[in-house]
Ligand binder design. Sequence first.
Ligand code: FE2
Length: 474
Amino acid sequence: MPQTIRDELLYKGSILFCDHHLSHAASAFLCSPFEEAAILTVDGVGEWATATCGVGRGTEITLTKEIRFPHSLGLLYSAFTYYLGFKVNSAEYKVMGLAPYGKPRFDEQFRELIDIEEDGSFHLNMDYFCYDYAMRMTHERLHGLFGGPPRRPGDPLEQRHKDIAASLQKVVDEVMVRLARSLHEETGIDRLCMAGGVALNCVANGHVLRETPMKHLFIQPAAGDAGGALGAALYVHNTLLGRPRTLTFRDPFLGPAYSDEDIESYLVSVHAVYQRLYRQPLLDKTVELIEAQHVVGWFQGAMEWGPRALGNRSILGDARNAGMRDTINLKIKFREGFRPFAPTVLADHISDWFEIDCESPYMLLVANVRENRRTIPSVTHVDHSARIQSVDREMNPLYYDLIQTFYRKTGTPVIINTSFNVRGEPIVMTPRHAYECFMRTDMDDLVIGPFWLRKEDQPPIPGLVRGDKAFAPD
Ligand SMILES: [Fe+2]
């Protein structure tokens, strides 16, 4: 690897290596607000580790426990993602979204698959899996145990599939809670930093927060392998080179941004019809559209870091309308309708609307909607839970003010926030991506920078067919 790096990049300096899970740990701890914290990393596999526990103090990270391949919570989740007919290493979050529709009646079968110790360490029964020696995830024995062959993508989702997803999620919750508890017992620290793909499982994160002595949880938004670069850079900077920690991760808007002039010159180039509005009139108009049950594309400022749209590349809608979920699912996302949308709530109202007493700025925590607040059906799951994003004014003033305007008008400080993309495509990045996504879906309006575009005003784009995935942005 060093030789390849030198040859391909013509690089002459020193080359340092950072283990996969150490990178995860560093990406969680070294940019956390904590001087001292417990650390938990859980993923599919990196080198040989699949989970590590440890502690961070100042610029030092000590990993004290490790679970090794093939025993892997991430790979267990991926194996069932495959078995349930979804794309491995990509659609695990759909399995999480499916779980609340099921009853965990497969607990006994899962006990056959996995042994969980009191401290959260676990052992998989590899008779049921093939990923350690073949290009397949699951063995026929597993199919027998769970009552049939893997679901083929596109086949109907049966109750059995939902029940399996529910039991799987329960296992993940249990392992994560036990690991966090034992970390607290060992370290006496009630601040926890987490990373690795499994740290994106916001249902499990909610359980950790509610059911363990851990009081403060820090997970940066790119907690999966995409965050490894951040961790490796911080580890070299702070730990190996001994430079003081100066970065506390807060603002997730680290991606490309486009000036009003950039946006306008693109809109002009495609003969788009638009209106330019000042700040408050733009917010008033957007609120009016959401209230009128329009689906609104919202493209502002710099793009988010990590897999979630957090209010700069988002599709917005009225969370009070139960039908809005199907509208967005079918007309915009062209996807399965079972998954709920996530709400953005004003941070100062989060505890008033949800059973949670901390912020959730990166949409990484699930908690129940309060019983007296069951007025936001399109973001409330069948089990009354919601995948919450809270927004405070400091982090995103424009988005905050938009929801604040909506709140003043309607009394509801919550809107639907779903990522600005269609199924199977990444989130839009450039004005062109946004405009083309707007044009080939039934999105009603696009608010991009200070410009408002109505669908019915736009000239047709030659060759563009509604819902056409082949018309891919560059
Ligand atoms: Fe990883």
